[in-house]
Ligand binder design. Sequence first.
Ligand code: PRP
Ligand code: ORO
Length: 190
Amino acid sequence: MEEKIKEILAETGAVLSGHFLLSSGKHSGGYVQCAKVLRFPDKAEVILKPVAEKLKEMKIDKIVGPAMGGILVAYELGRQLGIEAIFTERTDGVMSLRRGFELNKGDKVVISEDVLTTGKSTLETRKVLEAYGAEVVAVASIIDRRGESMLEDLPVISAVSYQFSTYEKEDCPLCRSGMEVVKPGSRTIF
Ligand SMILES: O=P(O)(O)OC[C@H]1O[C@H](OP(=O)(O)OP(=O)(O)O)[C@H](O)[C@@H]1O
Ligand SMILES: O=C(O)c1cc(=O)[nH]c(=O)[nH]1
């Protein structure tokens, strides 16, 4: 199934190579733009089905996706699981739950993401949810591109994994080659 999902990601133009500034501030020659595949609801259903199947085994009350990338993933997983899908968002750089969304003490929640790189957005989201007394039981994503071990105390359920080289800005060979760097994501605070 991983191969089929990677084919869908490639054919929808989601897998990019170039010189990218990631949300973490690191640089990379590879990037997965999940919005390119999620623009097709039928393909979103296919690529997230294996993730939803695994989540079915857990007793989950809600799916929470951090904006922007996690929202559509939460929506599709919530649809397949028949549960509520909500989102957190950054206001002045601070992640919070807004729009009258509610979490009850003891709610078992899954955080959904399009891409996991360093896990920073996920950890920020986890803090917000735990402050409401919710229990984060897993993280779900389309892409797992974590290079280092992050989120070790949580089950991570992803549709596919990629290993792209990432570099600190100072050590980036793509910077040295003079290639212009592109920042596709919306986070501005690293
Ligand atoms: O694991 P991390 O290092 O946190 O990186 C992954 C995050 O980066 C991207 O979001 P971004 O903040 O760029 O905003 P976007 O969802 O609007 O693209 C992506 O959607 C994940 O949320
Ligand atoms: O780390 C990121 O910001 C990131 C990497 C990636 O491949 N795709 C994405 O949407 N964000």
